[in-house]
Design a protein around this ligand. Sequence first.
Ligand code: IVH
Length: 692
Amino acid sequence: MDKRARMAELVALLNDYNYAYYTLGEPKVSDAEYDALYDELVLLEAETGEVLPDSPTQKVGAKLSGRFPEHRHLVPLQSLDKAQTEEALEDWARRTVRLIDEANRARAARGEPPLPNPPAFVLEPKFDGLTVVLTYENGRLTRAATRGNGVVGEMILETVKVIPSVPLSIPATGGTYEFQGEAIMPRSRLIAYNEAHETKLANARNGVAGALRNQDTREVRRRGVDIFFYHVNYASDREFATHREMIAFLREMRLKVTPYSEAFDDLQALMDAIRRLEAERAALDYDIDGLVVKIDDIAVRQALGSTAKAPRWAIAWKFKAEEAVTRLIEVAWNVGRTGVVTPQAVLEPVDIGGVTVRHATLNNIEDIERKGLRFARGRLVRLRRSNDVIPQILGLAEAERDESESTAGHPAHEIVPPEVCPACGTPLEREGPFLLCPNSLSCKPQLIRQIVHFAQRDAMDIEGLSEKTAEQLVDAAIVTDVADLFQLKAEDLLRLPRFGEKKAANLLEAIERAKRVPLDRFLFALGIRNVGKEMARRLAEHFRTFQTVAAASREALTAVEGVGDVVAENVLHFFNAPHVQKTLEKLFRLGVVPLPLEDRATEAGALPLAGLTFVLTGTLQTLSREEAKAKIESLGGKVTDSVSKKTDYVVAGEKAGSKRAKAEALGIPILEGEAGLTALIEARLKANEVRL
Ligand code: IVH
C-alpha cells in the first residue's frame, strides 16, 4: 500500500483507539497492539518526512520556550451568579418565569409562538478546575486558551494538544467552533502526585494551573489533566434548540463532555437531585465546588439575556464549605525546604464530607494569634475543608468560647513557638509572620532540598542525583554542603544501599561533567532567595562573570532590569554570609568553573535540540554512535547513556534492545534510526521558524 495512504489509515485508527481509551474509557485494543501501530506510524513519518496534522505523534509534548501569548476570545466568557440557599434558587426560578412571561407577551403581540414556561432546567456539576476554550476551524484544533479575564486569556494550544482526550481534529469538516470546558486534575492523580513529590500541590485546581502554565507540555500527562466540556460558545454554521442538543453535538465531536447532565421539568425534582448530588460528591474522582442549573431551551436563554457579567439563564449552586469540630491534640513544627518553620495541627481524626482529616495547617504564628488559637492545644476547634488537601482551622469551636464542659478533662495549653530549629537546633529568626531557620546549608531538610535544587537540570544538571540519593548522602553525613558533592568518591557511594558500581560511576561522571557550568545556571543553582531562572539569567547577562555578580553593590544590582530592592537585598545578604563564602571557596577549589557568558559557543536557546536529552541505542545506518552524538550536541541537545524519566527521545537503530524496551515502558518517544532523528530536527527547525 502507498505509504501516505497507510499513514492516513493509521492516524484514523489510532485516533479512534485513543478516543475509545481516553474519552469513553472503553479500550478497543491492547497496549501492545496500539504501540505496534504507533511505531509503524512514527517510522512512516520519519521515512516520508510528512506528518498529518492530527497525527497522534503530535500529542507527545515537549519543552516550550518563552511566554504564552495573549489570546482574545471570540466570545467573552461570562461568570455565573450564585445561590446558596433553597430560597435563593427559588427566587431565581421565579424571576425567570416572570421574565419569560414578559417576553411571551411581547411575542404574542408580534404574532410569535410562546416560549415554554415554566422552562425545563438542566443540572450539571460545577467543576472546580480551570476554564479553557478550544477553537476548531475546518475540523482542526487551531487555538486553545485559558479564561484569563474573560476577554483576553493565554494561548496554551501546544499544552492542550498533549491532553490525551483532546482530539486534534473533529468530524465537522467546515465551520468555526469555540467550545468551553473545564480542565481538571483527577483526585486520584493528585494523591499519587503528592505521594511522589516533595513539593505538594495544595489542591487539584493548583495542579491544573501549574500544568497548563508549565514550560514542559508533558506535565499535563504526568498530572493526568483532562477536560470536561459543557458549552458551545460559538458555532459558525449550526444552531442548537436546547442545551441537550449542544451537549449531544459536543459528544458527536468526540469531546469528553460533562459526565452528568440531567434535565428537570419542575423545581422540586431539581432540588431533590441537588441534595442527592451534594451527598454523592465525595465519591467523585474530581473536585466540584457546586452545581450549575441552566435553562435548557436556547430561545428562552436568548430572551433572558445577560446582566453585565453573568447570564440570567443559569445559576451556580455553591456547596457550603464542609466544616467539622474536633480536638487539637498537638502542634508539630516542621522545617520546610526553604527554612520556613510551619506549625501543623495534629487532630483527633474527624470525618468531613467522607474524608478523614488528621492534620490541618496553621500557616504561621500570626495566623495562630489572629484566629484566637494561642491557648487552643487540647481544645475543640472548628475546621473547614474546601477542595484543599490540607484543611484549615477556622478558630475555637463555639462550645470552647464559653468554657463549657467539653474542656473539662482536657486542660488547655498554650501553643508555644519553638525557639530553635526542630531539625538542627539553630536559633530561629523571625521574618514578618514567619519563623525561619537561618542554617540553610546544614539543616538537614533544607540541605536535601538545596542539593536537589542545585542538581536539577536547569541548574548544575547532575543527572542521577535524585531526592532519594540526596537524602541518603545527607543521612550518611557524606555530604554536609553542596560543595561536598564534588569530593565524592566511589567508595562513599558504594557503602549506600541500592548503589552498585554502575550507578556510582554514572553519578560521579555526571558530577564531573557538571563542573563547567554556564554562569546563569550556576547562579540559579545557588538557590539565592528570589533568584529564579529568569533572574539568574538577567544577572549573568548583565555582569558576565561570577566575580562581578558576587561583588556587585546595591546600586549596581538595582541597575539590572527587573531587579528591585528585595532581590538586591537577598543577593547581598547571600554573598555576605560567611557560610556561603566558605561553600563557594570550596566549590571553586574542587574545580567548579562558572563559565562567563562570552565563553558559551552559541546561544543554546536558538538551537533546534536545545533542552532535549537523547539516548542512542542499536546500530544506525550511516552514522557511528559518536557521530550521531556529535550531531545532536552540535544542535544543542544532550546525549546520555541510560534511559530515565528525564530522557526526551530514544534514537533506536537496528538491533536495539533493552534501552528501547525501557523507553517503551516509560512512554518515552522513540525515533526510528537516523531518519527519525532527521525528521525531528526538521520539525523542530520548522517550529522555531513559526515561533520567530
Ligand atoms: S456554564 C456560557 N457549566 O464556573 C457558559 N460553567 O463560576 C457559562 N464552570 O465561568 C458557564 N463548571 O468557567 C458552566 N458545568 C458548568 C461549569 C461551569 C464549571 C465554571 C465556568 C464559569 C464559572 C462560574
